[in-house]
Design a protein around this ligand. Structure first.
Ligand code: PEP
Ligand code: MN
Length: 344
């Protein structure tokens, strides 16, 4: 439920409402808008719902108490009508900015990463990507450089000034990866790894949550809800294609997710056309389509020699392809006014 404080409510009244919520065994989450404070109440309220709502509605400074109609609460637009805007490592994600994340699928060597990082920075990327711990379908495939990869990522960040995103696969590694990365990625295969999501809720780094391979929008937002309700409001959603009957592409890019998520949620939405399509030549047109469709940014894989890549070479852009694509994204972004969904 949402406790909407009145415009004239004092700070003491807000604190008093929080104390009552906690005394009821529930957790308050505040959202401070320009005019008023909204307190999201989460927890298992069960049959006590009406009683708790009436109790809170009677407290001084409370304007209204309303139930949230969706199963996701803190990630919903109802709770937080304004867009979440994330400031990280000198760049802004969400709120009308264009985020361009680029880099190799996996960090393979210092040289491979630094060459890619220099090139994508020069071409206008705003965030560097690179996997150190890789979730691979086969146990015999390259699993990533681990700690060495993280160290190279830090070097690349220092050299280019770009904040870096990298994946974490287990809760026990969360704090470690968060020490090295500016943004922590939770991959498609781990979207419903609930202990991992809760661990991501405890770090002071933005989290990029990729859509599960066959996850519905609601399951995805519920996964984001785990992170936010565990204490971390800075979640970026990344659409990366879903598994369908179609085999020409690695996955099927669900571009409707972009306006749909913007309607349902306040979190920034990024599109990854590399994993969505699996084919290099399909990446630029789908990246442009994503930006035209209102995405807050894109994430693409880039490799100096895609044919020699240890993972995902087929879908990796060459340095030249990235340099050609980046200005087109900016051009399209500058011309598209996001079409805001009307309530129907
Ligand atoms: C990745 O972005 O490195 C990755 C493994 O993608 P996904 O989790 O979407 O498959
Ligand atoms: Mn990849």
């Amino acid at each position: 439920m949402l406790v909407v404080m009145s415009v004239t409510a004092t700070e003491e009244q807000v604190q008093e409402v929080r104390r009552h919520i906690e005394a009821d065994g529930l957790t308050p989450h505040e959202s401070r808008g320009e005019e008023r404070v909204v307190i999201g109440v989460v927890g298992n309220v069960g049959l006590r719902k009406e009683q708790v709502m009436n109790h809170l509605a009677g407290l001084p400074g409370v304007d209204t108490v309303t139930p949230v109609s969706k199963p996701f609460k803190l990630t919903s637009r109802e709770f937080h009508p304004q867009d979440t805007v994330i400031e990280v490592g000198g760049t802004t994600i969400g709120g009308g900015s264009l985020t361009v994340i680029a880099g190799p699928c996996a960090i393979e060597s210092r040289d491979q990463l630094l060459t890619t990082a220099d090139a994508v920075a020069e071409a206008g990327a705003t965030v560097l990507r690179g996997g150190a711990f890789k979730p691979r379908t086969s146990p015999y495939s390259f699993q990533g450089l681990g700690m060495d990869g993280l160290r190279f990522l830090v070097e690349a960040r220092e050299r280019t000034g770009l904040p870096a995103v990298t994946e974490v696969m287990e809760p026990g590694q969360m704090a470690l990866v968060a020490e090295y990365a500016d943004i922590v990625q939770i991959g498609a295969r781990n979207m419903q790894n609930f202990p991992l999501l809760m661990a991501a809720g405890k770090i002071e780094r933005p989290v990029m949550l990729k859509r599960g391979i066959s996850a519905t929008i609601e399951e995805w937002l519920m996964a984001a809800e785990y992170i936010v309700s565990s204490g971390n409001p800075e979640v970026i959603l990344c659409e990366r294609g879903i598994r369908t009957f179609e085999r020409y592409t690695r996955n099927t890019l669900d571009l409707t997710a972009v306006p749909l998520l913007h309607k349902l949620s306040h979190l920034p939405v990024i599109v990854d056309p590399s994993h969505a399509t699996g084919k290099r030549w399909l990446v630029p047109p789908m990246a442009v389509a994503s930006v035209a469709g209102g995405a807050d940014g894109i994430m693409v894989e880039v490799h100096p020699k895609p044919d020699d890549a240890l993972s995902d070479g087929e879908q990796s852009l060459t340095l030249e392809m990235f340099a050609q694509m980046a200005p087109v994204l900016r051009q399209v972004h500058g011309q598209v006014e996001p079409i805001v969904a009307a309530d129907v």
